[in-house]
Design a protein around this ligand. Structure first.
Ligand code: CP
Length: 299
């Protein structure tokens, strides 16, 4: 039987997601009640980080510990991967010592090579093209707060990045619509769009994309730590801030999400991210719970 990986959102069927979501509800309830849940005793997760992280590292490491297993952190600065060891060799070795692998890397092609040479499941902890674990947490958060996401409208306000490509795949799996508004020059790459056009609508003006939306979501315009290199982006994104006026165009019970980290006053106004429609802390916490269900399912 082929090994099941989670390299992009579309790797799972709706039935699989529904199973993972039900397990997430149970696992979260146990966590809140301090009930032990240790299905992964003596199992090991290795986490390979080529890029920095707060939430992804913390949620996978804490999650594996809470499931009774262990998590090992490797980065490319102080492992042989950063010194030219082929990904194929590293994947072979890691998958003989560990039960599951999580990789955060710049290239989707790198994680696919990793998975092709692994004897155990590989999870995408973010690549340049996809961030499926974050969108799984976001979909779970919406369902938890508002019931089903099927038939709803999600507004994406920002550049075409890894989050948007995962949102597009999620729209096709869960049956919701995506309203997309990207600044000029930062629009969708047709080669990375894997769903048909019936699942999304493009809007020139971000306010129009928010009209009637049940969820408004965005992401940083400039990656944390790269602000000086990205002055041009700030200019191009002028007008794309999610502020009170845009949220007022959304449905009365609309939620606001942001995968974090955030720059208040750039992609989102402080009174939106810190306001009553924002569920960003639940969204961040749910990374822990959905990934515990994902680890349990894949191992
Ligand atoms: N949202 C997210 O992936 O956060 P980190 O970059 O801190 O892992």
């Amino acid at each position: 039987m082929p090994i099941k990986h989670f390299l992009q959102f579309s790797d799972f069927t709706l039935d699989e997601f529904e199973y993972v979501i039900e397990r997430t509800r149970l696992i979260k309830r146990k966590f809140k009640n301090y009930e032990p849940h240790h299905p992964l005793i003596d199992r090991t997760l290795v986490m390979v980080f080529e890029k920095n992280s707060t939430r992804t590292r913390l949620s996978f490491e804490a999650g594996m510990h809470q499931l009774g297993g262990a998590a090992i952190y490797l980065n490319t600065r102080d492992s042989q991967l950063g010194r030219g060891e082929p990904v194929e060799d590293a994947a072979q070795v890691m998958s003989r010592m560990c039960d599951i692998i999580m990789v955060r890397t710049f290239g989707q092609e790198i994680i696919e090579r990793f998975a092709a040479n692994s004897r155990v499941p590989v999870i995408n902890g973010l690549t340049n093209e996809h961030h499926p674990c974050q969108v799984l947490a976001d979909v779970f958060t919406y369902i938890e707060q508002r019931g089903s996401i099927a038939g709803r409208t999600v507004a994406w306000i920002g550049d075409a990045n890894n989050m948007l490509y995962s949102w597009l795949q999620a729209a096709a799996v869960f049956g919701f619509r995506l309203n997309v508004s990207t600044p000029k020059g930062y629009d969708l790459d047709p080669q990375l769009v894997t769903v048909d056009a019936s699942h999304y609508t493009l809007f020139e003006h971000p306010s129009d994309a928010c009209q009637g939306a049940h969820l408004v979501t965005t992401d940083v315009w400039t990656s944390m730590g790269y602000e000086d290199e990205n002055a041009a982006r700030l200019k191009a994104f002028d007008g794309w801030i999610v502020d009170g006026a845009k949220m007022a165009r959304a449905a009365a019970d609309a939620l606001f999400m942001h995968c974090l980290p955030a720059h208040r006053g750039e992609e989102v106004a402080a009174d939106v991210i810190d306001g009553p429609q924002s569920v960003v802390w639940d969204e961040a916490e749910n990374r822990l719970h959905v990934q515990k269900a994902l680890l349990e399912y894949l191992v």
